[in-house]
Design a protein around this ligand. Structure first.
Ligand code: G3P
Ligand code: CA
Length: 249
């Protein structure tokens, strides 16, 4: 995979559905992913290991907010996690929706579906290996781009798979984003969208690095990011962003 997110001349930013279409369906569940793919071919999701090492899709370290379980996901075996309801907290309409596995998502990926997969939290080499194993055996490996805030995890992934393009997530703009990306073989530099204000993305672009800022849900922010040259926009509202892009003069 080269860099599928670099924005071509005259093109709009790619829409990346954050945790699926998470404004309209429970985040990081199959219904949210299915809804997202009605509006865009890219979604973002978060992967973490269960106690027995199964890569599952959940944002928080704990199960409390988005399931009817409690405590750290990393302390629960997959067999027990499977029984949890990850939909009712959002709406009774989604009752009994399970926490998906990474494998389940990739098995169901539409033919043009792409996944920006965030390695969430610290991972051991074995846990990173389990993610790589699922991705590389999925048949859709070239449509999965791994990213993380965890620079240690990115360094180890880069050592394990030097040819694999990665994404660097950051909550603070680096002194030299190009150098930081090169350190990890990153082709994506993804800051909090507010950090993009006044930044010049040309140097990143000149080095083949795209920027997909997170998480922008308001038209005023979409407008600013579009004008700044963001290559993609990570949003909870992919349908609304698709409409907004279509209606731009
Ligand atoms: O992909 C960027 C975004 O998901 C990072 O923040 O907390 O939503 O995982 P968070
Ligand atoms: Ca995320």
């Amino acid at each position: 995979m080269g860099n599928p997110l670099l924005r071509g001349p005259g093109a709009d930013p790619t829409i990346i559905a954050h945790r699926g279409a998470s404004a309209d369906a429970p985040e990081n569940t199959m219904p949210a992913f299915e809804l997202a793919f009605r509006f865009t071919s890219w979604l973002e999701t978060d992967v973490q290991p269960t106690a027995d090492g199964v890569p599952v899709l959940l944002h928080d370290a704990d199960l409390d907010r988005t399931t009817d379980g409690m405590g750290p996901v990393r302390e629960l075996a997959y067999a027990d996690l499977q029984a949890l309801d990850a939909g009712s907290w959002f709406s009774p309409h989604f009752a009994r929706t399970p926490v998906p596995t990474l494998r389940g998502l990739l098995d169901a990926l539409p033919h043009d579906g792409h996944v920006l997969l965030e390695i969430k939290g610290p991972h051991t080499d074995a846990q990173l290996g389990a993610v790589l194993e699922v991705v590389e055996r999925s048949g859709v490996d070239e449509r999965v781009l791994l990213q993380s805030f965890e620079r240690e995890a990115l360094a180890r992934l880069h050592a394990l798979r030097p040819e694999r393009p990665l994404g660097l997530l950051t909550g603070a703009w680096d002194d030299d984003p190009v150098a930081e990306c090169r350190r990890y073989g990153a082709v994506l530099y993804n800051p909090d969208h507010r950090l993009l204000e006044g930044r010049d993305l040309q140097r990143l672009h000149a080095h083949g690095i795209a920027s997909a800022p997170y998480t922008a849900d308001a038209p005023a922010d979409w407008s600013r990011l579009h004008a700044l040259g963001a290559d993609a926009i990570i949003t909870d509202r992919p349908g609304a962003l698709e409409d907004w892009l279509a209606e731009r003069p």
